[in-house]
Ligand binder design. Structure first.
Ligand code: HEM
Length: 579
């Protein structure tokens, strides 16, 4: 081999290969490059192995599952914020229409999608102990808001739930009703003013101004005045957005947290800005001081908070008592400020967001179906003609409107999917491989996720009682017969009370304003005239759901055109006078 002397600064001679010098590399460099290349390939293979380690997870358990993508699993379009979770889950279900449940991967992690209502019922009732957690139970302590009743799990959830349920009794609803009623009058006034400015209104924002003021009055005894001037500048509007509006970066955080919570919290990330906690902490402090630190006759959330704090703890039963009636464990949770603030935030958010979305979807459906709208208006007119004002019986005395609310909830469930997490190991009757006498085929360990797409029960013909679902049928229904009642036991109990809260707000809102103005759907822009033939007929503007949000939100809101009714007030009150 020809050799070449390489001069060095210290005049040390290194004998090396001539070919290497000419090609300006050497065996050592090549080795380093090769090692680096191998390391990259090994890292990629390891990443691939990690990203696909659950690809056979569902096949091994005999649960149907379409082939997933590496890393993004079945939820690529959700993670990339191209598609809403409800729509995506519905498409996955359509791939296995006959399966009671199907497997999927949320990014790299297994999720069971339950599409058989009977199975969901089992999960939420008989198997409740095993599925008592909602999601990411091991991480609920990471943020103030995730310590709330909605997110928390285990004993903390049970104790909180026992202490907060009394807030929703019928007598509490009755006590609070004058506050809601007052808000309906402000709502009417606000509606008049806004419609005078423009008949085209985004109903979602009108509705949330009403529900935000109502929940703040009912739960905290304060006037948030979101229905006043400049709602954009109102601090409650801002805080509501901080909780529930998910722009791109926050949407990505939501997806990462759902898929890889340990990485998410390990990086020090948070889903909810801490400004929310500060806002509610100081608001509650202020109201507590105003009440002199003692519960008032209002019996709202602030009073509950004060009595829990004064009792020096939150007492309740352990979740284990559900598993075995012989167990009678009593617990005492510390009434920490953070825990109490957290419940206030969830009452605020759950109170205004759910009801305002439902109201806006209800008005959208009524606008699309003028004949149904006519019937609702006739019912409201008849009600007002006898009562002269909105009274507490508005929640029960308007059966057709109540049916429309139910139907709206069926068509636009506030949460596109219900989430559950396995809290203790369980075998589910999925009828897969190894199924026993009861068809028990799938064993699960704690931490596994389970989702149930509400849309699937309500809109897929095999499970839905009325799949086309545009109009309520003629016969009135009771609260227990809500179309989702058989599948949505709302984390054990309080279902009827829950609907009562929903109905109270929606019916009061509906009766308060629905009588004076008529909403209709603005026409979508007409298709341009083609070279031959006329323009396509204008269709009502369809709603598209936002790809990332906690609740179902229409992209661009729900714009409707409001038209003033003529003479309704005269008609209603003349009839009352005649009676
Ligand atoms: C249209 C109105 C509403 C709808 C459609 C609705 C729907 C729901 C649903 C589907 C859940 C989850 C249940 C589960 O996972 O089992 C839930 C939970 C909850 N909602 Fe509502 N809700 C509405 C109004 C309200 C109101 C007005 C409040 C309070 C002021 C409220 C407070 C809560 C709370 C605290 C939870 C958590 C309960 C728990 O996990 O124990 N909701 N709601």
């Amino acid at each position: 081999m020809p050799t070449y002397e390489v001069p060095t600064q210290r005049n040390i001679k290194i004998i090396t290969c001539v070919d290497c010098v000419h090609s300006q590399s050497c065996c050592g460099c090549s080795m380093a490059m090769l090692t680096a290349l191998l390391a990259v390939v090994a890292a990629l293979l390891a990443l691939y192995g990690w990203a696909t380690r659950h690809h056979r997870y569902w096949a091994r358990r005999g649960v149907p599952c379409s082939p997933p993508l590496p890393l993004l699993g079945h939820y690529r379009d959700f993670v990339l914020q191209r598609r809403d979770l409800g729509g995506l889950t519905r498409d996955l279900c359509r791939q296995h229409p006959q399966a009671p449940a199907l497997g999927a991967l949320l990014a790299t992690e297994p999720v069971l999608i339950v599409q058989d209502p009977a199975l969901l019922r089992l999960i939420t009732t008989e198997y409740f102990y095993h599925f008592s957690a909602r999601e990411l139970a091991d991480y609920t302590h990471q943020e103030v808001l995730t310590r709330s009743l909605f997110f928390t799990a285990g004993d903390a959830w049970r104790v909180l739930r026992q202490n907060m349920t009394p807030l929703f009794t019928s007598s509490k609803m009755r006590n609070m009703f004058p506050l809601v009623k007052r808000c309906t009058y402000v709502f009417e006034k606000m509606l008049d003013e806004e419609i005078a400015k423009s008949p085209l209104q985004e109903v979602g924002s009108l509705a949330y101004r009403f529900t935000m003021d109502s929940i703040c009055a009912c739960a905290f005894g304060i006037e948030s005045n979101v229905m006043g001037e400049d709602p954009e500048k109102n601090p409650f509007t801002k805080i509501g957005d901080d909780i529930l509006v998910f722009p791109k970066w926050r949407g990505l955080k939501l997806a990462i947290r759902a898929a890889w919570p340990s990485f998410f919290y390990g990086m020090g990330l948070k889903l909810f800005p801490t400004s929310i906690d500060e806002f509610f902490r100081s608001m509650l402090q202020r109201v507590c001081i105003e009440r002199g630190g003692a519960p008032s006759p209002r019996q709202d959330y602030v009073d509950l908070l004060l009595s829990l704090r004064n009792n020096n703890g939150i007492r309740g039963d352990s979740l284990d008592n559900i598993k075995d009636p012989a167990i009678k464990i009593r617990l005492n949770l510390e009434a920490e400020e953070e825990l109490l603030v957290s419940q206030a935030i969830v009452l605020f958010a759950a109170g205004y967001e759910t009801t305002s979305r439902t109201m806006s979807f209800l008005l959208y459906e009524l606008a699309k179906n003028p004949d149904i709208q006519e019937k609702v208006l006739a019912e409201v007119d008849a009600y007002l003609s006898t009562r002269g004002e909105v009274q507490f019986d508005v929640t029960t005395a308007l059966p057709y409107l109540a049916q429309c609310v139910d139907e709206t909830l069926r068509l636009y469930p506030v949460f596109a999917v219900l989430t559950r997490e396995v809290a203790s190991p369980v075998r589910l009757p999925l009828g897969g491989r190894g199924a026993g006498a009861r068809g028990v085929g799938c064993c699960w360990s704690a931490g596994c996720a389970c989702t149930s797409p509400c849309f699937t029960y309500t809109r897929i013909p095999t499970t839905s009682p009325s799949p086309s679902g545009s109009a309520p049928s003629g016969s009135p229904r009771g609260a227990q017969e809500h179309p989702l009642a058989h599948v949505l036991p709302l984390r054990r109990g309080t279902q009827a009370l829950h609907w009562q809260a929903v109905r109270a707000a929606a019916a009061a809102g509906g009766a308060g304003d629905g009588a004076e103005v008529v909403p209709r759907v603005p026409r979508a822009p007409r298709a341009p005239r083609g070279p031959r033939g006329p323009r396509a007929p204008a269709a009502p503007a369809p709603l598209r759901m936002k790809p990332v949000s906690l609740t179902q939100q229409a992209e661009g809101g729900v714009p409707l055109v409001f038209t003033r009714r003529t003479g309704w007030r005269g008609r209603a009150f003349r009839e009352m006078g005649a009676a």
